[in-house]
Design a protein around this ligand. Structure first.
Ligand code: FES
Ligand code: FE2
Length: 400
């Protein structure tokens, strides 16, 4: 027997080069997920972000400029000027569109070139130039963009929970990535956050005991969880038996491809979900969350941002971030794009696996020439209903 026989000790030496699921993570034009995401409308700003000062945006890996002409029409164009490529972020907004700072070409909200002041006779060929642009619609306090094939542009969906207000409620929109556990722009791949919506069992650990209770005491109890595919995506049902024998029956939904329909984790009231969030991939390694919801006080959406000792995430010291990790730390801690080849999924990861499978099914549908779930071309379709909410019941429906 050799002195140098291989011994399997599980050390880190010589392990295979790690890889990630490119199909589900990358969002640029021409990638499978990038093309899937481009079949839906996405919020790209608050209504107020479309104004007379051009706003530079990054969305799905594309650099864009959002503005509003002086006639009130919002416009979204690629940042790189169709003439010789400087950014329209330095442009000037006018009555009829945005004017590039370099040679003064004027583009309207649909990218038509209206003026070329350096050309003889104002540029007789200008009608042949077009600044790439994307359609916009404003709703729920947000500006939504459609960046996909024009022939497949769906209707911008309406959502029942934002269409039927209770007395005293009004709609509010927020762009601070509420639910992300950190700053507005979160530096990791969007899927790490999105699949976390169905990672129901991290709640009693990360938020309940490790850094907890970050939410309310009942949320720290270990729930009984079931995950199911729905015709909109995936839902998780978690039941927590409370000390008085009643049950906190909580339903959360991941509505594909990017909607987070998560009841308030602070369980302020037992009721249907009040807010929805759109996870917007800015590029492959960063995302942000736009939220719209029914509120009773201005600023209510942002008021649920997590606090430690009264301090917001950005006010914490490095030591506090280390000692009291939350969603931001856990998900950014997985790396810019997590290495799926190094994961070891177990039974409590069924919800995460289901989100990935449902997304993969939509990528496959597109490859087969079908439309993915959740797109509608019927402008008379009723608002989309959700099941999500926090409910108090006598006993869980699946109890013996
Ligand atoms: S680069 Fe924009 S007008 Fe010349
Ligand atoms: Fe969490």
């Amino acid at each position: 027997m050799s002195d140098h026989a291989p011994v399997d000790t599980g050390t880190g030496y010589g392990r295979p080069r790690p890889t990630f699921m490119r199909e589900l993570t990358l969002v640029g034009p021409g990638t499978p997920m990038g093309e899937l995401l481009r079949r839906y409308w996405h919020p790209v700003g608050l209504v107020g972000d479309a104004g007379e000062t051009p706003t530079a945006l990054r969305v799905l890996g594309e650099d864009l400029v959002l503005f509003r002409d002086r006639r009130g029409r919002p416009g979204l164009v690629t940042a790189r000027c169709a003439h010789r490529g400087t950014t329209l972020h330095y442009g000037r907004v006018e009555d009829r569109g945005i004017r590039c700072c370099y040679h003064g070409w004027l583009f309207d909200v649909e990218g038509r070139c209206l003026e070329q002041p350096c050309e003889p006779d104002g540029g007789p060929q200008r009608g042949r130039m077009r600044q790439p642009w994307y359609p916009l619609q404003e709703r729920y306090g947000l500006v939504f963009a459609y960046m996909g094939p024009p022939a497949r542009k769906p209707v911008l969906p309406r959502y029942e929970i934002l269409e039927t207000l209770e007395p005293g409620e009004f709609l509010e929109a927020d762009d601070r990535s509420v639910g992300g556990g950190g700053p507005a722009v979160i530096p990791c791949n969007w899927l790490q956050h999105y699949e976390n919506l169905m990672d129901t069992l991290h709640v009693p650990i990360l938020h309940g005991s490790f850094s907890g209770p970050q939410f309310t005491a009942p949320m720290g109890l270990m729930p009984e969880v079931t995950w199911e595919p729905t015709d909109r995506g995936v839902k998780a049902t978690s039941d927590r038996r409370l000390p008085d024998g009643t049950v906190l029956h909580r339903i959360s939904e991941a509505v594909l491809p990017t909607l987070r329909v998560i009841p308030n984790p602070r369980v302020a009231q037992y009721a249907r979900v009040e807010t929805i969030g759109w996870v917007l991939p800015l590029d492959d390694t960063s995302f942000r969350i736009y939220t719209a919801g029914r509120v009773r006080e201005p600023g209510e959406i942002a008021s649920v941002r997590s606090r430690l000792h009264g301090k917001l995430w950005e006010e914490l010291t490095p030591a506090e971030h280390r000692d009291f990790p939350g969603d931001y730390e856990a998900q950014v801690g997985q790396g810019p794009i997590t290495f799926h080849s190094e994961e070891n999924l177990v039974s409590s990861d069924r919800g995460v696996a289901l989100v990935r499978r449902r997304l993969q099914q939509q990528v496959d549908a597109l490859a087969e020439g079908r439309d993915p779930i959740g797109v509608s071309f019927d402008s008379a379709a009723p608002p989309v209903p959700f099941e999500a909410g926090n409910f108090l019941i006598e006993r869980p429906p699946h109890a013996p």
